[in-house]
Design a protein around this ligand. Sequence first.
Ligand SMILES: N[C@@H](CCC(=O)N[C@@H](CS)C(=O)NCC(=O)O)C(=O)O
Length: 190
Amino acid sequence: MKLYGNSPSPYVRHCRIALIECGLDYEFIQADAALSEKLSPMQKIPFLEYSLEGRTEMLTDSSSILRYIREKAGQKFLPTVAELNDFCAVNTLIDAQVNLFLLKREGLTPESVSYLKRQESRIQTGFQEFEARHYSKQAPWTDVELRLACFLDWVRFRKHFSLEPYPVLSNFLEGLDEYEPFLETTIVDI
Ligand SMILES: N[C@@H](CCC(=O)N[C@@H](CS)C(=O)NCC(=O)O)C(=O)O
């Protein structure tokens, strides 16, 4: 199978970690905006190509990709409603931060666009919510934890904002820093 994406994307990284955890062979293909526009109707990364009964099928969202990977390895993906809700909540925060990041490159900031202030505020209240939770101290990490860790590491790598006001989340992230699949997918700039 072929996974298209880049190293910094938290969505892509989570898929790569799941592929490593499940011991599945895959080819990682670097995809920039031009390639994703050409190959995926969603024009986003990640997307996955795999063969099914001689046909090439495509998955265009990290959630369906993760479910495919986990099921292929006989594992469950987000087995409870609470986990699904937390997973969606982390995605909401990542989407908000991606939004802020991409628009900043175009010169649009929360100072000039009030909707971006709302995005910033959403990230703050979301972080407060996740700061109040309890996390595993070691593997196996849940898919909610892996998604959150990929997001936190991206925030740390890009210096979007300081994680200092969030000691629980910072400790949680440090706990994954030595985790082999996390290390193997360490963010490199593009
Ligand atoms: N819901 C999608 C979100 C993927 C996503 O937003 N990817 C970003 C990179 S981190 C992207 O491709 N953005 C390009 C754009 O928004 O045009 C998923 O879970 O796969």
